[in-house]
Design a protein around this ligand. Sequence first.
Ligand code: PMP
Length: 457
Amino acid sequence: MSDWMASDPIIIQKGRGAYLYDINGQKYLDANSSIWTNLHGHAHPVINRAIRQQLSKISHSSALGLANEPASILAGELVPLANAQSRFNAQPELARLFYSDDGSTAMEVALKLAYEYTRRLGKAKKPRFLGLNGAYHGDTIGAVSLGHIDLFHKNYSGLLFESDSVMAPYCYRCPFNQAKPERADARTYRKCKWECVGQVEKAFATAKKSGNSYAGVVVEPLMQGAAGMVPQPTGWLKDVSAIARQYDALLIADEVMTGFGRVALRDAAGKPSYFASHAEGIIPDLMAVAKGMTGGYLPMAATFATQPIFDLFLGRYDEFKTFFHGHSFTANQLGSAAACASIDILKSPQTFHRRARLEQAMKEGLEELWLLPQVGDIRQSGCVAGIELVADWRQRTSIPLAAKAGIRVCTALAEAGVLTRPIGNVIVLMPPFCTKPDEIKKAIMLIAKAIRQVFSS
Ligand code: PMP
């Protein structure tokens, strides 16, 4: 914050497509999609029109005891999307959804539903949850309790409830990976025996033995975002889901970053897909979405649940079984109208083509970065990539956070007209789907230039 107070910030005035413009007319590529929210670019005529049309009717009315048109239409769009085009074997159906405002609240809702569902079934008095090392699920207290990033969470430990964590599959820095570093994504050359899956199995078995089984396991499917864009090797999610179900625990998917087509192009059967879980043929029991839901235009979120979870909150009035949770702006009409428009665009064949084209262009462009000795790992899933900077790639030696390597590279990059935000020493690349191949390749060249510039000084 002291650095921010001493700086002269870039003040954004407008956005057009994949670009942002500041008050001095300087143009920047929005290379982290405005903190992972924007899908189709800024000021998209279809989304703008939908918001304007809704604005002429009503902006907001309460959803407590009232329904409204756009939120109802949106729910009708979202439910089939959440369940994938392909019917996967032995997977539940996400039949219901609950609206809220952002990723953190969507995770709070998932947590409270899972907790109360487990209690009402009489499975535990105080249900416990298992998460992953490096997990981030938001900044509200329940979401922080499920998170496992010490830098963000440790100071608040006195406010939190306890949740357990187990190793995440971070192939590049995995203690079980016997492979020497290569100039390639660590997932492709790793040498291991899937010990990461074994650790999850062990955590479940130990909890069961102690008579205190887990009510649920919480995961960011395919890629952990705030951990530093840490992707899971193919098969991990499928195996972990099978373990959770074998132990009768709920699978709680946080698709706040990964959802709406960001990290997975196709589902396990090869059909166009919008959620990361589908890539491994998985439908979770609870799923939180936000960020890209409105195309990144307005704050809105949803938590999907199965019918059996929903049903446990039904009863006679005097049983007071209702889910006592609601926000003032739940099911906001402007957000719903934006989300309906964004989903229409997302489902079009043209957007599928754009996503495929962007994914390929990123892959080709990122190859160039292996030439830089300061690059230790480049990990891409779909249209998201993390570039990890290191002191010595042969030893995987980390750069101390205090050296601000990521921040300095991103500052140099901003001067060259590309905006993104690092996570420690990881440079994040997550452009809107409308970014053209030559634009993303140019941005990657500028990343290389910024890395050279920072490390030569
Ligand atoms: N879950 C994940 C995986 C996230 O990446 C984030 C935000 N970065 C959140 C939850 C919290 O979302 P929000 O900032 O909208 O509260």
